[in-house]
Write a protein that binds this ligand. Structure first.
Ligand SMILES: Nc1ncnc2c1ncn2[C@@H]1O[C@H](COP(=O)(O)OP(=O)(O)OP(=O)(O)O)[C@@H](O)[C@H]1O
Length: 406
């Protein structure tokens, strides 16, 4: 919770005394990769940067659909690579957009092109089963009378003989660790396990694109945390682009590479997640930043990470990896105009102020910062901004009090 009654700098000393590093890792990356690497095209340690993925595929959307007061109005090009999150308020049109892309709804005026293939234009309409899309919804909709294995193979066995197979059942079963579940029926599975099977079934349809409409929404927090590494793993290991609808900014920040913000039936903005997180529209969901850092050293239970020429230390996780995504809440960043020596906060990084945005609370301001080319934001009271005389272009020192690790 944000403490609105005190300025950030006024409370920073007490913060430092109860400094706590929060970190989470989603699954055991080493075992995750080793389980799948032998069978599925491996892109190596891409769980955080996914830099080895194929080039982005362009999804071109043009359509105007009216439904009572609601109008879905699109004239956009989405470069899809890795995980693209579709985020916006309830009723803004996320599901309508996904359904139009899939061809589940046929809108007369729509033009939809995926890469070089037209899916819809004028009177031409490619039906959903020919678009090579894998879909997973909030409810897994597995066939209840079939075992997990039969559910997985249901669509696979019905693929056309001309369909190129890039993902075989054994690869998908290894990727999603489904072996112990194969003989079970859907009703014997937890919600998270059902969604894993649904993901497996979608992958076995040999998709070029995965559309995921709130696949985690019906799961409790533990099940969500259990399934997140599998989504990361799919993005890593298969290179299939995913369009993911989620209401949870936290999930989006753990998973996504790109963020598409929707408002009132339109795509309001799109771009790489770290830059999109600076959008004032997202501040109400809890302003935070995503930093990419690389492994530097691990010693005495401390992990040292590099961001540009600067370093950051935190308690070492059980397994290390070359690259990390760091989630930093804006409220966990304090600023000073001079380096602070006598502090328990060891992570003090030099940053440059790039702008100021209003925060949801009128007494506070979001200070936008540049850290070695990466955006970072700090939530300060307006009073502190004025007291410190902060200005755009100024070099200041960011004391980072808590980091969550992916
Ligand atoms: N079949 C339909 N007929 C009429 N209106 C519809 C239909 N489907 C959706 N709508 C309306 O279209 C608007 C957008 O709905 P949509 O489900 O796409 O939003 P959403 O962003 O996915 O919402 P949520 O996050 O709550 O799932 C809403 O106002 C909804 O009431």
């Amino acid at each position: 919770m944000t403490d609105h009654s005190l300025s950030r700098t006024d409370v920073k000393l007490s913060f430092w005394h109860r400094l706590s590093w929060r970190w989470q890792r989603f699954g055991n990356t080493s075992s995750a990769n080793s389980a799948a690497a032998s069978t599925v095209i491996s892109t190596g340690q891409c769980s955080t940067h996914r830099q080895n993925q194929p080039e982005a595929v362009t999804l071109r959307l043009h359509c105007t659909v009216k439904r009572g007061d609601f109008c879905l109005q699109l004239n956009d090009t989405l470069p899809l690579k890795g995980i693209t999150a579709l985020f916006g308020r309830s009723g803004c049109g996320k599901t309508s957009l996904l359904r139009a892309i899939a061809g589940l709804d046929r809108h007369a005026s729509a033009h939809i092109r995926f890469g070089s293939t037209s899916w819809q234009q004028d009177s031409y309409f490619l039906p959903v089963h020919q678009r090579r899309i894998g879909m997973v919804f909030q409810e897994s909709s597995l066939l209840p009378h079939l075992s997990v294995q039969q559910n997985l193979l249901y669509g696979y066995q019905r693929l056309s003989a001309r369909q190129p197979i890039s993902l075989k059942p054994e690869q998908v079963i290894a990727l999603l660790e489904l072996t112990p579940l194969l003989s079970q029926r859907p009703e014997q599975l937890s919600g998270g396990q059902r969604q894993r099977v649904a993901l497996g079934r979608a992958l076995l349809s040999q998709p070029q694109l995965l559309l995921l409409d709130e696949p985690l929404a019906s799961l409790d927090q533990q099940s969500r945390n259990d399934i997140l590494p599998f989504l990361q793993r799919i993005a890593c290991e298969t290179g299939i682009p995913m369009l993911l609808v989620s209401h949870q900014l936290d999930d989006v920040v753990k998973l996504a590479d790109q963020l598409v913000l929707m408002q009132h039936g339109r795509i309001h903005s799109q771009g790489p997640l770290p830059q999109q997180l600076l959008r004032p529209e997202l501040a109400a969901s809890g302003a935070l930043s995503l930093l990419h850092a690389s492994y530097s050293a691990s010693k005495a239970h401390l992990l040292t990470l590099s961001i540009g020429q600067q370093q950051l230390q935190l308690p070492a996780p059980q397994f290390t990896q070359p690259n990390y995504r760091l989630r930093i809440q804006a409220r966990d960043v304090a600023l000073s105009t001079k380096p602070i020596q006598d502090s328990s906060v060891s992570n003090q990084l030099t940053v440059t102020i790039t702008g100021f945005h209003p925060a949801p609370h009128p007494a506070e301001t979001l200070v936008q910062l540049d850290l070695a080319g990466q955006p970072l934001q700090a939530l300060l009271t307006q009073q502190s901004v004025e007291r410190l005389g902060l200005q755009v272009g100024q070099q200041v020192y960011a004391q980072i009090k808590a980091v969550a690790l992916d």
